[in-house]
Design a protein around this ligand. Sequence first.
Ligand SMILES: *[C@@H]1O[C@H](CO)[C@@H](O)[C@H](O)[C@H]1NC(C)=O
Ligand SMILES: *[C@@H]1O[C@H](CO)[C@@H](O)[C@H](O)[C@H]1NC(C)=O
Ligand SMILES: *[C@@H]1O[C@H](CO)[C@@H](O)[C@H](O)[C@H]1NC(C)=O
Ligand SMILES: *[C@@H]1O[C@H](CO)[C@@H](O)[C@H](O)[C@H]1NC(C)=O
Ligand SMILES: *[C@@H]1O[C@H](CO)[C@@H](O)[C@H](O)[C@H]1NC(C)=O
Length: 476
Amino acid sequence: MRTVYEGILDMLTFFLSVFFSGTSLAAVDSFYPPLNHTTYITNASLGTYGGVFSAPSDQASPTGNDVYNYCSMPHPHVDTYSVPRPIANHSVSAKLVYLEYLQRHQRRTPYNILPGGENQEYNCDAIHPHLFAAPAGQGPSPMQVYGQAYTDPTNPFLTTGSYINGTCQYPQLTIGGYLDGYQHGRDLHAVYSKKLGLIPESLKESDKTVFFRSSSAALTQGSAGGVLRGLWPEYTGPLPLHQQLASVDSVNRGFSCPVRDTILSAIQSTAEWNEHIEVTAGLRNQLAEMFDAQDSSAWLETWDHFADNFQGRLCNGYQLPCRLQDGSQCVSKMQAYEVFRAGDWMYNYWWRRNPNVTEYIQVIEGLFIAEIVRKFEAVQERRSEVVYSHTFAHDGDIAPMLGALGIRALRWPGMGSNVAFEIWETDEAEFYARVLYSGRAIETVHGVLEWVPLSSLIEILKVFIPEDIVGLCTSS
Ligand SMILES: *[C@@H]1O[C@H](CO)[C@@H](O)[C@H](O)[C@H]1NC(C)=O
Ligand SMILES: *[C@@H]1O[C@H](CO)[C@@H](O)[C@H](O)[C@H]1NC(C)=O
Ligand SMILES: *[C@@H]1O[C@H](CO)[C@@H](O)[C@H](O)[C@H]1NC(C)=O
Ligand SMILES: *[C@@H]1O[C@H](CO)[C@@H](O)[C@H](O)[C@H]1NC(C)=O
Ligand SMILES: *[C@@H]1O[C@H](CO)[C@@H](O)[C@H](O)[C@H]1NC(C)=O
């Protein structure tokens, strides 16, 4: 049961969100909210700040809407894509010679199950997470087995908090996420194969001009399958998806680095951090009580878990949760939007605003940044056989990368969020870069990265490459 008051609040929020996404707020502004002050969190009239937080359960997300969309972030699309301005106005003649593409996996079920239990089932029957190993050469091909989640009804743990009815794992890619990935690939094909002729139209297993990589998580592998199929609908046969050893991976916090925790505690004990905790105390108490989270520091210390839980629902066609033991106590849109604004504030604080940000980015993403800088240098020195490299990773990789680029304001990078590093070579044999975030030139503290000498982009990034990561990680 919802109260009349909640109904009125939802209506108010609806009108305000129409107001913010329609009349006053340009689509681009939805990426750059005023995140420097905690009033962004508490000012209810900001709603979603023009952002979208919903998607259908069993279909691809609607495309053509260019706003921040947590469930399915915009990406380069032929309808909105244009070549860099100096090329468009014919003051420069240049061609695209290299694309480094980094994306978060597509939408999924949540990581975090409400401690008091979930009042709804998740259904993953429409997607089959495949798991099989095949001989690389001759040999019998495997049965195409897939993971089918189920539970034994006599399992006594079903009545404890960590269980959700239904047919999913947590997290796992959903059918909507897979379909979004396929569309993402189709759209990249239209821009970078058909329009610009960079990505090869047809593919070979041993093609040395392309390089694909994922973290070792099933989510990123599943997303790669969808996106790459969108790029090459006709390709048959296997394809290598490179993965570093999980224990030393330069993405998804693979390598061990104890100092990360030390830095994070410093970040999460500043006056500004504490202010955001204080101004959200009322909301935190309401939600903790509703979902029996009062004793869980993981649910109380940051807004990560509530945000993840609500996003997982709204991004897959479900409703916001109600208390399992009392269906009249439900999360309102107003409350969810405040949680999402707090999540945006938190990402901006972690990756842009805190006093330890440079060192924090170094220990989380410095190795990956070093790897892509070496690739840019190879292009500069004409040593690169690869023209297109695509990495499937996590929000915890996209966010520090955007932080390193100096993004003007950082909202939580949503599902499928993406950074495209385009390298262009002019007729004078000079290299320039453009950096697109979710399909448009990124706005940073260094200006809009629409057309910068490649050497300048490398200088921006080099600040975040630690000289001795092993030493830094084990220092105290
Ligand atoms: C917010 O803070 C960042 C980093 O401190 C700064 O570059 C930016 O200009 C600030 N934005 C506003 C709107 O004050
Ligand atoms: C809340 O946001 C609205 C819209 O931007 C603005 O007009 C108002 O001044 C803000 N209120 C506070 C208290 O910051
Ligand atoms: C073309 O665009 C660039 C970048 O906006 C600008 O600096 C330059 O003056 C423009 N040239 C012409 C001929 O319009
Ligand atoms: C979960 O499934 C069990 C068995 O079908 C049912 O008794 C229970 O009500 C379900 N719980 C929810 C929250 O749907
Ligand atoms: C964080 O930054 C502050 C201020 O610059 C500094 O004193 C402190 O040593 C840093 N903490 C860590 C863990 O790096």
